[in-house]
Write a protein that binds this ligand. Sequence first.
Ligand code: G3H
Ligand code: ZN
Length: 288
Amino acid sequence: MKTLHEYVIEAEAKKVAIGHFNISNMEGAWAVSRAAKNLNVPVIIGVSEGERDFLGVAQTRAIVSSIQKELDHPIFLNADHTYSLDRVKEAVDAGFDSVIIDGAKLNAEENLKITKEAVQYAKSKNINILVEGELGYIGQSSKILDAIPEGVFTDVDSLTSAQNAAEFVKETGIDMLAPAVGNIHGMLKGGVDPNLNIKRIAEIRAATGIPLVLHGGSGNSAEDFVQAIEMGIAIVHINTELRVAFRDALKKELQDNPDEVAPYKIMKSPLLAMQKLVEDKLKLFNKL
Ligand code: G3H
Ligand code: ZN
């Protein structure tokens, strides 16, 4: 199987993006994996610190590896938003394919320092692991929002600048960068988030020379995704919309079948709802 790095380079060349979907349970793992297999595209499964605490770090690695083997399909595992070096080390040592060191909330100097240290540790243990850094705060929760999260600004002057991004990449040695380009973590009530700044994406890609990752993909329009991918976004993260699909399907299932007690029957429609959503997003990101 090709490495994640090779798939990312290939996606950029084809002007498509690899979908990254967060999971919290086994149903999520199957939903994402089967969707990718059905469409014959690579995919990344992501687990935040909270998600991997719930599933288990080593257990998540084992689950994804075993599904990947069984389906004989490129399914990669990312340690999403990791806030400390200890947790970066834990994910690297557990054999994750990529890790995100998220210093976006720190001051510039601290973000640079922790990101650089994360790269050094990860690469000393696994030359193939990809390390992603974050520059520009876009919030931290994948949930339904009443308003733009506190501390997040989407006006043009508050977005990640191409110059800062280029310096950050050069200093830290990261493989991929997640900038703030109008995107926000979570999704506004009503399901429509602010527009992305496509021009800024193009400027950052040109200035940094490395693949860019779009976080906070829930609530963004199909048109914005298409343009953002065209301009250099190689990976798109989706979480909130997947959580909503799971919650809504589960609620309906319990309402429709109040006497059902078998978890594997109850969980069938939430799994299929997530799979459908992932397939729709993968079609869009991969121009299918
Ligand atoms: O890392 C996770 C993502 O950036 C998800 O963002 O919940 O807005 O889709 P989202
Ligand atoms: Zn994110």
